[in-house]
Design a protein around this ligand. Structure first.
Ligand SMILES: Cc1cc2nc3c(=O)[nH]c(=O)nc-3n(C[C@H](O)[C@H](O)[C@H](O)COP(=O)(O)OP(=O)(O)OC[C@H]3O[C@@H](n4cnc5c(N)ncnc54)[C@H](O)[C@@H]3O)c2cc1C
Length: 414
């Protein structure tokens, strides 16, 4: 059951010394959190089966996230397969009367080689998993959690196979439908959008020149993000649910042509060159990402549509902030699952999470409304960002990493 080399603390299947921390969910956020905490010498368990999904999905990892992954030792294996995002281009393709000209942002303007790097999600998870296998103080438990019950001094995680893990703090990184979040009674606000996203990878005739392009259409953003080699990009095409279903039913040749048309042939002829996915668009926010001996991170704590490459970057900031919080608690010999420690974490994540969720929601809804005053405001906002140097640089910097409260491993110089 355990694929970790050794069990430093706790026991799977019976009573024993509890782990300090048990992370549930072996996606990117859970793996990063478990690694970040364990490498500080804190006995940690990671509960969850390795379940990568091949749906052609990539993640654009912003500069701070890459620093964090470097610190965890998980970037080296990913780097040769990552494409730098040196320029971001936003094209208003709504057909609105108040359509601003295309906006272009260059990483060099804020002293960076790249805003971030784009990599296939499955490859990132694979690299984190490989690191986790070799990490001291980290025990991998290859089973799903059936539930977690908080007690006086520890929480007990029941496993699907009948065994159990005890820990002073449970970290729910079990994704958007988080069973642990549901069982905890944390207050949730969730909503849906009348949209789905088609994801795949495309080969194209013209080079992308490390430019990521987001077309804002009336039915959602249509984004092409560079992949290595110059002639491959990943696609996230957010559109109406019916249109998305129709696109998903097309054969590869027809889908390639549809993407080429939607991209205004910007990258020349397109050919589908990877697996595909179809993801319904939804949103979710929690009042507070903590409960009794429980912290929620990643999509267990926040979900929003894929606009501006924010979702996993936010999840990695959760993981890196949790590491900072638990490191201070360990130095002060405090219980990691105690109320003051949980409150410190919740406070540290409040503004970043609320601001990103609101900004993405607002932009997405403003595209869908079709109201002229809303179009005018969106157009003016983009125009101001393009024309006003200080605002432009502020938006770029904050988009990459919030300056206030950035976690330690994201700040450190590379
Ligand atoms: C189309 C699309 C494009 C995106 N592009 C970007 C991008 O460019 N940049 C970016 O930053 N973000 C992007 N995102 C968001 C990003 O993909 C997510 O934020 C991220 O994958 C969420 O990671 P996670 O670890 O929180 O959750 P998940 O990846 O969902 O992982 C949760 C894990 O928990 C496991 N689990 C569930 N239940 C249990 C249980 N009971 N016991 C144990 N384990 C359990 C699951 O099997 C899974 O392994 C995109 C999202 C979409 C939909």
């Amino acid at each position: 059951m355990s694929e970790g080399a050794k069990v430093e603390a706790g026991q799977v299947g019976g009573a024993a010394t509890p782990f300090e921390v048990a992370v549930v969910g072996a996606g990117a956020a859970g793996l990063a959190a478990a690694l970040a905490v364990a490498r500080e010498g804190i006995p940690t368990a990671l509960v969850g089966r390795h379940a990568p999904v091949a749906d052609g999905r990539t993640v654009a990892l912003l500069d701070g996230s890459v620093r964090f992954l470097e610190a965890l030792g998980a970037w080296e294996a990913v780097a040769p397969h990552a494409s730098p995002l040196c320029e971001l281009q936003i094209v208003d393709d709504t057909g609105s009367l108040f359509r601003p000209p295309p906006a272009r942002f260059r990483a060099a303007e804020i002293g960076l080689d790249a805003f971030g790097w784009n990599v296939e999600s499955a490859r990132l998870v694979e690299s984190l998993r490989a690191r986790a296998r070799a990490q001291d103080n980290l025990t991998l438990v290859e089973a799903d959690a059936a539930g977690a019950v908080p007690g006086e001094a520890t929480a007990r995680i029941a496993l699907a196979d009948g065994a159990a893990v005890e820990a002073r703090l449970v970290v729910a990184a079990d994704g958007a439908r988080s069973p642990l979040r549901t069982a905890s009674g944390v207050r949730v606000r969730d909503w849906t959008y009348p949209q789905s996203a088609i994801t795949t990878i495309l080969a194209h005739a013209r080079p992308h020149r490390d430019v990521s392009t987001e077309f804002h259409t009336r039915s959602g953003p249509f984004t092409l993000v560079p992949l290595p080699g110059g002639h491959r990009s990943s696609l996230v095409w957010v559109t109406g649910e019916g249109a998305a279903r129709r696109l998903a039913a097309l054969d590869d040749a027809a889908l390639g042509q549809a993407v080429e048309r939607q991209a205004r042939a910007m990258l020349g002829a397109m050919r589908v060159d990877g697996p595909r996915g179809l993801v319904p668009m939804r949103g979710l926010a929690v009042t507070r990402p903590v409960a009794n001996r429980l912290v929620l991170i990643g999509e267990a704590a926040h979900v929003f549509p894929p606009i501006g490459a924010q979702g996993l970057n936010l999840g990695l900031r959760d993981a890196a902030t949790l590491r900072d919080t638990l490191l201070v608690a360990a130095r002060d010999r405090r219980d990691p699952g105690s109320r003051p420690v949980l409150d410190t974490y919740a406070r540290a994540r409040r503004v970043d999470t609320a601001a990103r969720t609101a900004a993405v929601d607002l932009l997405n809804r403003s595209l869908l409304t079709g109201l002229l005053p809303v179009d005018a405001l969106r157009g003016l906002g983009l125009l101001a960002m393009t024309q006003l140097g200080p605002l432009r640089r502020l938006v770029m910097r904050e988009g990459v990493l919030p300056r206030l409260g950035a976690p330690e491993l994201m700040r450190a110089a590379r």
